[in-house]
Ligand binder design. Structure first.
Ligand SMILES: Cc1cn([C@H]2C[C@H](O)[C@@H](COP(=O)(O)OP(=O)(O)O[C@H]3O[C@@H](C)C(=O)[C@@H](O)[C@H]3O)O2)c(=O)[nH]c1=O
Length: 200
């Protein structure tokens, strides 16, 4: 079930095989897609432009990313790209389990600095829509977890930014002893929210 803060009641939107549930912040969505099971296994439409547009994700996706993290407790994030290459991300898990987190960095947003989080797994099949203007990250809860996500803008290293995953001002409960987090050098050095360049 979704975890998060705030008190906006969840509401569901449906189109075809897709159901989207709002989260406690305006913008991100938790999405499930119908699974067709038979004797051979399972089939799903992982993405359909028609149905995703109908539930509120009109963006065009231009790149598909995939990562595999060996260890449980691997934290990737928090990451975002600034304008003109801000990215929306449609995130799902192909193998294993993560806690997926989106932090609102939209300058004019009443929920600036707040976050939502939800467990995505290969077993539950849930996806998280992380709109442009949000920082995104996840912690793996199983070894060899594979995450796949479609993005709405190409990778632009000059516009790529990180935010400290463990910034206390964000108040994110990663369910992890920080000393045991597996991190990239980039993420270990990431600035806190208060130290981000105001130009982002
Ligand atoms: C994100 C990205 C990285 N790379 C390269 C740069 C680097 O050498 C290597 C690993 O990059 P990173 O360390 O940034 O990978 P990673 O920490 O997995 O970064 C990702 O984290 C998650 C949470 C996100 O939301 C993504 O948008 C992305 O930022 O891959 C690309 O070539 N294209 C890309 O789109």
């Amino acid at each position: 079930m979704p975890e998060g803060i705030g008190s906006v009641p969840p509401e569901a939107r449906r189109s075809g095989n897709v159901t989207a549930q709002s989260l406690p912040l305006a913008g991100p969505l938790l999405i499930s897609v119908r699974r067709f099971a038979d004797a051979r296994g399972v089939f799903t439409e992982a993405y359909s432009r028609r149905d995703f547009a109908a539930i509120g994700i009109p963006d065009e996706f231009v790149q598909d990313n995939q990562s595999m993290s060996v260890a449980t407790g691997t934290v990737r994030g928090l990451h975002f790209q600034i304008a003109p290459h801000a990215q929306g991300k449609l995130v799902r898990v192909l193998r294993g389990r993560v806690l997926d987190v989106a932090v609102d960095l939209r300058a004019a947003s009443p929920s600036f600095g707040q976050h939502v989080a939800a467990e995505l797994s290969a077993a539950n099949g849930l996806m998280m829509w992380v709109p442009p203007g949000f920082a995104h990250g996840f912690v793996t809860r199983e070894p060899e977890t594979e995450v796949a996500y479609k993005v709405t803008a190409l990778y632009a290293p000059d516009c790529d930014r990180s935010l400290a995953w463990d910034d206390p001002s964000l108040g994110i409960d990663w369910g992890l002893d920080p000393a045991e987090a597996v991190l990239s050098d980039k993420d270990r050095r990431a600035p806190r929210l208060a130290d981000l360049s105001p130009a982002f």
